[in-house]
Structures are given as C-alpha cells and as structure tokens.
Design a protein around this ligand. Structure first.
Ligand code: ARG
Length: 491
C-alpha cells in the first residue's frame, strides 16, 4: 500500500537519508507495547461513544492484538514513526473501511504523549523496586557493621572516628530522597493526555475520563494544548535521574578510593573488576569507575532535554521527537547502575581490621579531647581548641603532662589543677568511647544506630507497600482493559 500519511498532501517520495533523519522508528521500540494499549483503549471508547460500529471495533481490536503478537519487527520501518506504521499495518490487515476509523478524534500528538507517559510510568515503578533493593542491602550491611569503627573524612582528610554502619546509612539516606523524588515525579507522569488530539481537542464526542480509566492513569492532563506540548515531566524525571546518578557516582568514587592500596578498606568481588593487558598483577575497580563515568549520560540527557524544550512555541513541534530518546537513554543507564551498585555493595569484602586501625590515624580523636577539656575543666571550647591544636603539631599521643605544659602557656594554669586526669585523657583518645558518646539522634553510637536502623527498616517497608499499591492499580486497570477488549472482540 502507498504511504497512508503522505499520499494526500505530499508528492515527492522521500530520499532515504531524509527518511532516516526524520524517523523515530528505532527509538519507538520503547513505546511499541504502549502504543497498542493506547490504540485498544481509544478504540473501545470510540465504540462505547457510538463513534465507530461494534463490528468495526471488534475487527480493529483483533487486528491490534495480532500486531502485538507479531511484534515490532514485523512493522514497516520506512514509516516516520510507530503510530503511522502500526496504523498502516492494521489497515493492511482489516481494510481501510475498518482500520481507517481507528484514528478518529485523535492525533499522533496526544497519542505519542500518552505512550511516553505509559512507558515511563512502568519504568519508574521498576526503578523504585530496584532502589528499594539497593537501600535494603545497604541497611542490611549497616546492621552487620554497627560496631565496625573507621575514620570519617572531611576534605578527604581523617577527621573523626565513625562506624561503617553510619557511613553506609548516609548513602542510604540520600537514596531514600531519590526514591521520594521518583515517586513524586511518578505522580506527574501518571496523567492522561489522550483526547487532546492535535492540540484543540476534537468535535467528536470522546469520553476522555473513560480512556484515562482504561489506561489506569490517575487523572487527566486537562488543557488539550498543554497535554500535547508539555515535556516538563521528561525534564523532571531526567533531573531526578541525574540526582540519583550523582549520588551513585559519589558512592562509586568511594569504592574506587577504598579499593586502592593506600586505603585498602574493601575489596570488590572479581566480577566487578578488570585487569590490565600489560600489568598482570592489576585488579582494577572498573565497574565503579564506569558508574562514575556513566553519570555523564544522565546529566547529558537532562541538558539535551532542557535545550530541546527551551524556546518551543505552543503547541506540538517536531523537535519533541528528539527529546524522547534522552529519557530512555538516561533510564537504561540509571536502572542498570542501581542494580550494579547493589551487587557491588552486597558482595564486597570489608577489611574491618584496616578500618579499625585507621580510625585513629591523623589524631581523629582530637575533637573529643577538646570536648573533654571543656566538660571536665570548664574552659571555653575555643581555648580547648587552641590547646589541642598545639598538641596536634607533636607526633606522639598527648599525655597529661604535655597537656598541662601547653595549657600553662595558653591559660597560665594546668588542666590537671582544674580536675583533668590521665584516665579522662585516655578515654577521650579511645575511638570506641568516642563513638559511644555520639549517641544523640543521627549519631554513630551503636545503640543509636540500632534505633535508627529499625526506623529506616519500617520506612522501607512502607515504601515497599506504596510500590505494590501503585502496581496494583495499573495491573487491575490493564486486566480490566483486556477483559473489555475480549468482550468487544466477540461481538
Ligand atoms: N514521532 C513523533 C514524536 O515522537 C510522533 C508525533 C508526530 N506528530 C506530528 N505532528 N508529526 O513526537
């Protein structure tokens, strides 16, 4: 059959290069299934509204299911997009007098926006599930390492002792905000543009609410002009993905540093490592490095989307076709990264003895020593800070005698004369008691971590139920749609 779209207004047969240049067929693989589902829902509604006849509806529905079964590969890739290629295939199957009625009251503009939203909605739910697993793994590992002391860093310099649990939970906490952001983005993606047609809606008496329900969307994108022209939901999602990817990249960076001989805090499982083609001894943390690198894909996708959408007049412009693949590229990268990070963290070997030994390197207990001076002798913190700072210049561990001589210089009196004892000093320099003292909310003390972890676990369980509830709504909408399709097919 001649090209069903171009046979009216246009004459010139397009040059192969122009076809390639303007087609979205390759990227439309992502929305093949969504397009069938959207066609099914639209056809059902057309019949219910008396816009098409029952027998035509039945034939169209059967044709669509057949096309779905045959798969995307059976379609003609010389069309400019999936929508027109699919319609053309349908017309081939059931004839134009029937198949040619499916597109009544619809444009590819509202069709494509609906397909993107349907597909993205599924992807966001899968991403939420994957994030859930990663967070669960981090919390489980943290549960095992409540007592594993390690140095905490600022400026990548040893700063204060903390625990591995505390460190892992910091990452989990950031990821939980990413989780919230994905959920939030989901609520704006999960709206139905169908019925907007080209932009001005249609004179056919469509039932927009009905297609919205059949497709399991939470609500309508009401203004028909906005419905076809807005892609802020893509920008928002891409921005959420970028943030998430940046959090993963920071974790990946730590895995790289921690696997170096200088740190030697962890060893990644061999699956995630590569070796050198020349240096046979090498075990490189390539997977973590690649994750850092792939962050550029997510950030790049966001930049592309912003740039493509900037300055577009209302309503639909073909530029928008160029926007869509960015979200798929970003999604693929982000979802894989979440899964891979989960595996890396779950299987890595933790060198607890190194972490413990390093927890005091660089006089990490200095803050606690200054705090002890304040608590035990009543001197101001700023004065204690000066005394400990002067002590820190010396290489060896500060003893009471040395502390007193520095205090004499700074204060004009010793701290032992104000009640400081050798035992107090020893206690302050002990990393384990440092951590035990840090038991206020959010601190690393093992007993506080226990409460914290159980709170996080409960939040995670709530998140798990939230994902299940969203999935249920969509699954039952699709079940219902298929049941209606079956019923109308049999007429
Ligand atoms: N392939 C197009 C896209 O992704 C579908 C909409 C085409 N609409 C149009 N008026 N040419 O945006």
């Amino acid at each position: 059959m001649s090209n069903i779209l171009r046979r009216g207004r246009l004459e010139a047969v397009q040059d192969e290069e122009i076809v390639q240049y303007t087609s979205s067929m390759e990227a439309d693989r992502w929305i093949f299934n969504a397009d069938i589902v959207v066609d099914l829902a639209h056809t059902v509604m057309l019949k219910e509204q008396g816009i098409i006849k029952e027998e035509d509806c039945s034939k169209i529905l059967s044709g669509l299911l057949k096309i779905q079964e045959e798969g995307m590969e059976k379609l003609d890739f010389s069309y400019e997009d999936i929508h027109i290629s699919l319609e053309s295939r349908l017309i081939d199957m059931v004839g134009e007098d029937v198949g040619g009625r499916m597109h009544s009251g619809r444009s590819r503009n509202d069709e494509v926006a609906t397909c993107i939203r349907l597909t993205l909605r599924e992807e966001l739910l899968d991403l939420l599930e994957e994030l859930f697993v990663l967070r669960k793994t981090l919390l489980a590992l943290a549960g095992k390492h409540r007592e594993t002391i390690m140095p905490g860093f600022t400026h990548l310099q040893h700063a204060q002792p903390t625990t591995l649990a505390h460190h892992l939970c910091a990452h989990e906490s950031a990821l939980s905000r990413d989780f919230d952001r994905v959920q939030d983005a989901f609520s704006r993606v999960n709206l139905c543009p169908l019925g907007a047609a080209a932009f001005a809606s249609t004179g056919f008496n469509l039932n927009r609410k009905r297609t919205q329900e059949l497709l399991g969307f939470e609500g309508l994108l009401e203004n028909s002009m906005d419905a076809v022209s807005s892609r802020d939901f893509l920008i928002e999602s891409a921005s959420v993905f970028s943030n998430l990817m940046i959090n993963l990249s920071r974790m990946a960076e730590e895995l790289v540093i921690w696997s170096s001989s200088e740190f030697n805090f962890i060893e990644l499982d061999d699956t995630y490592a590569s070796t050198s083609s020349i240096m046979p001894q090498k075990k490189n943390p390539d997977t973590a490095e690649l994750m850092r690198g792939k962050t550029g894909v997510a950030v790049g996708a966001l930049m592309s989307l912003l740039t493509i959408c900037k300055g577009l007049p209302l309503s639909y412009n073909r530029d928008l076709q160029e926007a869509t693949p960015n979200i798929w590229r970003s999604l693929e990268t982000v979802r894989a990264s979440v899964r891979v990070m989960e595996g890396m963290v779950r299987t890595m070997k933790v060198h607890s003895e190194v972490l413990e030994a390093e927890s005091v390197t660089g006089f990490t207990t200095a803050t606690e020593l200054a705090d002890t001076f304040v608590r035990e002798t009543g001197i101001p913190f700023r004065t204690a800070h000066q005394i400990v700072g002067m002590l820190a210049k010396e290489r060896e561990k500060p003893r009471l005698e040395k502390i007193d001589s520095v205090a004499e210089v700074v204060l004009g009196e010793s701290l032992s004369s104000r009640g400081l004892t050798e035992k107090m000093v020893k206690e302050a320099l002990n990393p384990v008691s440092n951590i035990k003292r840090r038991k206020i909310e959010g601190g690393p003390a093992p007993e506080e971590m226990k409460h914290y972890l159980s709170k996080r676990q409960s939040e995670l369980e709530i998140n798990e139920q939230e994902i299940a509830a969203l999935k249920d709504i969509i699954d039952s909408a699709f079940e219902n749609l298929l049941a209606v399709v079956e019923e109308y097919r049999k007429i």
